[in-house]
Structures are given as C-alpha cells and as structure tokens.
Write a protein that binds this ligand. Structure first.
Ligand code: LAN
Length: 728
C-alpha cells in the first residue's frame, strides 16, 4: 500500500495507521555497505528473513541478553562492552547506527518524493509521521534545526509540510499546535533560504521569494576569488542543483494538497503575498548567520537588474553546464551523492531534465533509501548514507587500546572488521575528477561507504590506522598490501593546508572572507573549508603510525608535515587551554584530539606548556561525580557550557583519553572518571543513550550513538594498559 505518487492530493484521506509492527522491520546491509530498511508485510517472507539482534537493538525491542559477570577491573568492563557491541556487528563486518539529529533532511526527501510522484509505502509514511510527532517540541509542537533545538520556521514549516504529504490531516491536534507555532514565528514567508527553495518547488511559495541562486556562477573562470569550486563541498553541491531549479523556476503540479498548504502555512492571504518583497524576511530564531550587506547588495542587483535582463543564451549555457555538473556528481557517486540534501535535489533536477520515467530518476529513488533509518520512534533521515567506515575504524581501535586484539575471543570480530575496511578502500579516482574539482582519493576511505566515494582527511586516517594496527599484529590476514597503504599515504599527504593544519574534504580553497556570501542563514562557517584540530590530529597520528612501520617512504615529506601540523594545532589553543571542536561537542572533544597530537611528537604534561594547559582545562571542568558534561550550546556560543542533565559517558571518556594521552600525573581524577564510566555500564555490557554527541556548522547537532560504546571502551582500555593493577 502506498500513500503518494501525487495520489495524496486532497484532505479526504484515510487515516494513517497508529504504528507499524516493529517486529516486521529488517535492516539489510549489502556487501558494499549499502544499508536499507525494509518492512515485511508478508508472513512467509518475514519468517525467511528473521530479525537479527542488531535489528532489534536499533528498533528498541527487548534483547533479553543475560547479565554478564560484574566487572572487577577496567579490562573486564571493556570485555563486557565488547560482548554487547559484538552483537551489533553486521554481516559485512561493519557497525551501523542511527545518524539523526538534523531536522531539515527528512522533509527534503519527502518533498522530492512528492514532486517526482514517487510512491511512499504506508509503512514508511506511518513511521515518518511517528518520528516527526515524537520529535515535535514538547511545549510548542514545532521543530527546530536539530532535535535539541528550539522551534524555528525552517524546522516547523518543512516538517509540517512533510507530515501533510505523508497523509496527516491538518486538523489533528498536533498539527494545529505546530501550525500555531509556525504562525507565531511569522509563517512561511519568514523561512530561511533553503526552506523557500523547497516550498517553491512545491508551488506553496513562488520562486520570487527565493534569493537569487545564479547558474551563471558556474561559468566563472577558476581565478575568480569567489568561484564556486572554492566553496566548501557541501555548500557547492547543494547550491548546484538549487541553482538549476531556481533558473528553471520549476514547480510540481498544483494539487488540492498544495492549495490547502497555501492556506495553512502563511499568516497572510496567499493570493496577496508580494513574494519578491519577502526574499529577506526571516524569523530571528532562523537567522543564525545574518546575510552581509555585500550579499544583500548582490542579491538586490541580481533580482532587480540581472534577472529581468538575463539573455536567453546565458541562461541556456549556464543551465546546461550546471546540468552537466549535476550529472557528474551523480556518476561519481553512482547516484548516492554527497549527502541527503543534494541527493533529493539532484533527483528533482533529473526529473525536470530527463522526465518521469528516466533511469537517472529511478536510480536516485533507489539510493535515497540508504539515508532513511528506522528506530522505535519512527523513520528518520540520517546525515549521511551511514557511518560504516568511521565507526568500524573506531570500533577496531577501541579493542586494540585495551590490547585485546591478540585474545582469540575477539579475533573473528576484528578480522571481519578488517575485511570490511579492505572492501571499502577506494582504488581509483572518480570518473570526472578534474571537471568536478574533486580532491585526490585513491587509497582513501570515506565516512560512510565506498560508492559515496568522498575522501575525508580524518576518515582516511582513522581507517588507515586501524588497518595498519591490525595487519601488524601477528596472526591477522594481510588483506591490504603495502602499495595500497602507500596510496592512502599519497592521498593523505595532499590534505595539508598552507597553514599546516588539515581540513575535511579538501584543503581550503579560499579564505574565511567568503562567509560574507553565506546565504544559508541557518548555519555558520559553511562557505569554505577550515582547518580543524580534530582532522589534523587524525592525520598526524596516522602518519606517525605509518612511519614507524615504513620509515623510508616519503620520509622527508612526512616529518615536516607532522611538525607543521602540530605547530598549527598549538596556534589554535585558546587562552583557557582548550580547543574548539567543530564535529563533536565541543571543547572536550577537540581538546582530546589536540592532546593526542602533542603526545605524538613527544609533548606531554611534564614537558610541554600546551599539553599542561590542555589538561588543566579538562581538570577544571571535572564534576563532583568524576564525570564531564558539555552541552551543545557550547558549539553555538563558543564557550564551555555544562549540560543540564549532569555527567555524560561520552564526554567523560573523551576527557579521560585526553588526560591519559597527555600523561597527566595525578591518577586520582582519572580513577574517579573511570569509576563513573564503569558505574554507568549496564549489566549486559551496554551503555545507554545520553545527550547528543556531534555537531556541524556550529549550529546543527547530530547523533553518534556508537560513541557511547567506543569511547568508554577506549578510555577503560587505555587506563587498564597504563595501570594494570587497578581495580574498579
Ligand atoms: C559529517 C559527518 C562526519 C564528519 C567527521 C568525519 C566526523 C568530521 O571529522 C569531518 C566532517 C564530517 C565528514 C562531516 C561533514 C558534514 C556532514 C557530512 C557531517 C556532519 C554529517 C552531515 C553533514 C552534512 C553537511 C549534512 C547535510 C547538510 C548540509 C548543510 C548540506
């Protein structure tokens, strides 16, 4: 049964079921690490494909695992943790998990389905409804930028529309409440830029409300300082399809549902709205990064002068080139695309360009499923098409930090994990490397899987470390030969920025001044790459490990690389001794990495002021119960903020790892933290989910649920190795 295909076009709908039967959901993880969730309506099929323990865990169903012997030592606690975590390893050898948090992703997919007349199964529709209701703000019924954020127009209007598309009635109490919040925030005319794009595709708003997204930008020669190839990959890959849709001013068929939405999401009478006048209307809560006067002036000129005069040949030429670039991104990634914003947008572009029945549209349709994740709250959209390589690399390291890789008990699990990383190493450049301005990637790993294909400096590094560590342990198969390790190193060496640090997907291609062109409003630091202590540390430690085993290979480049990187990290230390974290929350996360970098060049508490200051910072924030606890607010405000719910296992583990790496001389605070971690462990070996762990672009939070396993185990294991005599 499906609910869409533009069949859901009126208010007179049959109600969606309350819920689906959780025991009918299965996650399939193909050998290439492509993960999709399936609902098995059919009993015979359900019998043939039984639910695994991992499925049950993801769905929050009871696992009925026995209590393990109570740990007496930190090593026992690691063993118990691994006993649990091993159940979650998937057949190809990787780990997976929900990767939710952002609340602007799922509506994009639902809207893309709607405008491309893609049927939505009743099971999917029901669980999308459940997830969005579960995540509505408890007080005002709206949604924010991310699950912990305050209600904003972006979150509220897009999720409201998504709910209507999947078949929820406008008069349901939750919908009335959400609508009231949306109206209080000024309604859809107050949407930020990206929401205006989605709503214009639906024809709920008109394209005149969208600030210009000129396709012409892609015709600029490379030397132009603001040419898009210099932007951060995520912004340029989103702007690309957006510009195509903007130039086409394409909207889907006007259905009764669209007409109803026009009556629901505005505070004004739809027919009288002056769209053009609302280009810059935005609710204060959505306006994290107000547009600069430079951008406002450029937008004014483009909207009022250029657009009316724009010659047809420029339009055609630029649209064609943008279309070609979209095609290249699709081909480079086999339609997985970079992330769940540009994927649904590229799909819509293919639909506009190639027509409803096109292969390109179908392939997007298939791959979009990889972003969706099912849990007890319902169906959500992950931030990427999985966490495969990243989490698997850390899982391996958390066993090895405890020295358990030689224990026969864990060898099969680790061997499978190694085989997975082997299968996911990228062996060649993308087909359109030069034309699509892609970074070198041969020998690299991605964050998710190989078909997505985007190398990230720290993802390459963490995977490479795990592979080297395991393959250098006697008894493990040599799945990756030396030449492939050298390929990874060659690629890694291209990641250093002129500053000495390392960024995420590419070394920065322009300066921070580009933020004056940040049109997204809801994010900060999004226009260009920046160097990050986290990414830099990962590269430094990977190179350090590599040169221990292959001291000759490109030695005269590796040594200065490491020196310069660590030098850069030192320049980023703040006066209070901390480092600001961009990908985890927040100072605790980055300080852990920075201390590890310092350690890798022999700098520790005893002999280095930066290391000592970093430790003192951590110690100053330890809480009475031995734990640490930082709130996501720290990322937004750029100052340490305690989380209201008290000490948290993930941050406590990060702090312990940092202190141990820095060889902090006093065991007492670390011992208390270790006991805190052990006390939070459940009798079956697991740790429970606490506050959200990750962040991007300063303002949007994202979950890393496996961190609650990997980092406490790593901390406990490192502590055990250092103080083998310690009991819990
Ligand atoms: C990620 C996830 C992983 C993350 C780390 C590897 C942890 C980091 O160290 C480097 C950057 C990286 C790869 C990263 C970049 C931005 C991503 C892809 C995300 C935070 C996951 C989701 C986010 C992406 C931008 C979401 C889509 C939103 C847009 C603004 C386009």
């Amino acid at each position: 049964k499906t609910v869409n295909g533009n069949t859901n076009t009126s208010t007179k709908k049959t109600r969606l079921p309350e819920r689906t039967d959780l025991s009918r959901w299965r996650m399939r993880d193909d050998d290439d690490g492509c993960q999709t969730w399936h609902y098995l309506d059919d009993d015979a099929e359900a019998k043939k494909w039984p639910q695994t323990l991992a499925d049950k865990y993801f769905l929050g169903l009871p696992l009925d695992l026995p209590a393990l012997p109570a740990p007496e030592t930190p090593l026992d606690a690691v063993r118990n943790g691994l006993t649990f975590f091993e159940h979650l390893q998937l057949p190809p050898g990787n780990w997976a998990c929900e990767y939710g948090g952002p609340m602007f992703l799922l509506p994009g997919i639902v809207i893309a389905w709607y405008v491309t007349k893609t049927p939505i199964s009743e099971a999917y529709a029901t669980e999308i409804k459940n997830y969005l209701f579960a995540r509505a703000h408890p007080e005002d019924g709206g949604w924010g930028l991310h699950i912990e954020g305050d209600s904003s127009v972006l979150g509220t209007v897009l999720n409201y529309v998504a709910l209507r598309i999947v078949g929820v009635d406008a008069e349901e109490p939750q919908m009335q409440k959400a609508r009231a919040t949306l109206h209080r925030l000024g309604g859809a005319t107050n949407s930020p830029h990206w929401a205006k794009v989605w709503l214009s595709l639906l024809g709920v708003t008109q394209w005149d409300i969208v600030n210009p997204i000129p396709t012409e930008l892609w015709l600029l020669p490379d030397w132009v300082p603001f040419a898009p190839w210099r932007w951060w990959i995520h912004i340029r890959m989103v702007f690309l399809p957006m510009s195509y849709m903007y130039s086409k001013r394409w909207s889907c068929d006007e259905t009764p549902l669209i007409r109803e939405l026009r009556a629901e999401v505005f505070v004004q009478d739809w027919a009288r709205i002056n769209w053009h006048a609302h280009r810059n209307s935005i609710a204060p809560i959505d306006n994290y990064h107000p547009k600069s006067w430079v951008l406002n002036s450029a937008n004014w000129l483009l909207a009022n002068v250029w657009n009316p005069l724009r010659p047809n040949f420029v339009m055609n030429m630029s649209e064609q080139w943008v279309s070609r670039l979209i095609e290249m991104e699709d081909e480079n990634t086999d339609y997985a695309d970079l992330a769940p914003v540009n994927n649904p947008m590229n799909m819509v572009c293919c639909y506009i360009r190639d027509g409803p029945g096109a292969v390109s549209v179908d392939r997007h349709r298939e791959r979009l499923h990889e972003f969706l994740w099912m849990k007890n709250e319902g169906l959500l959209c992950n931030g990427t098409n999985g966490v495969q390589c990243w989490d698997t690399a850390f899982a391996i390291q958390s066993v090895m930090d405890a020295g358990l890789e030689t224990d026969e008990r864990w060898r099969p699990m680790l061997t499978k994990a190694l085989a997975f990383l082997e299968s996911q190493q990228i062996r060649e450049e993308v087909p359109h490397k030069v034309a699509s301005y892609r970074q070198q990637r041969k020998g690299a790993w991605t964050f998710s899987n190989k078909t997505q294909g985007y190398a990230v400096s720290d993802c390459v590094s963490e995977a490479l470390k795990s592979v080297i560590l395991l393959q250098k342990t006697p008894g493990y198969p040599q799945l990756i030969e030396d030449q492939r390790i050298f390929d990874a190193i060659d690629t890694l060496l291209t990641f250093q920025s002129p500053s000495g640090g390392c960024a995420s997907y590419e070394p920065p291609r322009a300066g921070e001044w580009m933020e004056t062109l940040n049109a997204a409003e809801v994010f900060g630091c999004i226009m260009v790459e920046y160097d990050y202590p986290e990414c830099t540390t990962a590269v430094v430690t990977a190179l350090s490990l590599f040169r221990k085993h292959w001291p000759e290979y490109r030695a005269d480049e590796i040594a200065p690389f490491i020196q310069r990187s660590v030098g850069w990290i030192k320049t980023k230390q703040r006066p209070d001794g901390s480092w600001y974290g961009s990908w985890g929350i927040c100072f605790t996360y980055a300080t852990m990495f920075a201390l590890e970098s310092l350690y890798s060049v022999g700098e520790t508490y005893a002999n280095s002021a930066p290391s000592k200051n970093g430790c003192d910072f951590l110690i100053a924030h330890q809480r009475a119960d031995g734990g640490w606890s930082e709130s996501y607010k720290a990322c937004e405000r750029m100052e340490y903020v305690e989380h209201p719910s008290g000490s948290l296992v993930v941050q406590t583990a990060w702090a312990v790892i940092g202190l141990l790496k820095a060889e902090y001389p006093d065991i007492e605070p670390i011992r208390r933290a270790i006991r805190f971690l052990a006390a939070r462990q459940q009798p079956n070996g697991e740790w429970l989910q606490e506050a959200i762990e990750g962040v991007f672009n300063k303002s949007c939070m994202i979950s890393y649920p496996n961190y609650k396993f990997m980092f406490p185990m790593k901390a406990l294991g490192m502590y055990y190795r250092k103080h083998p005599e310690e009991k819990l």
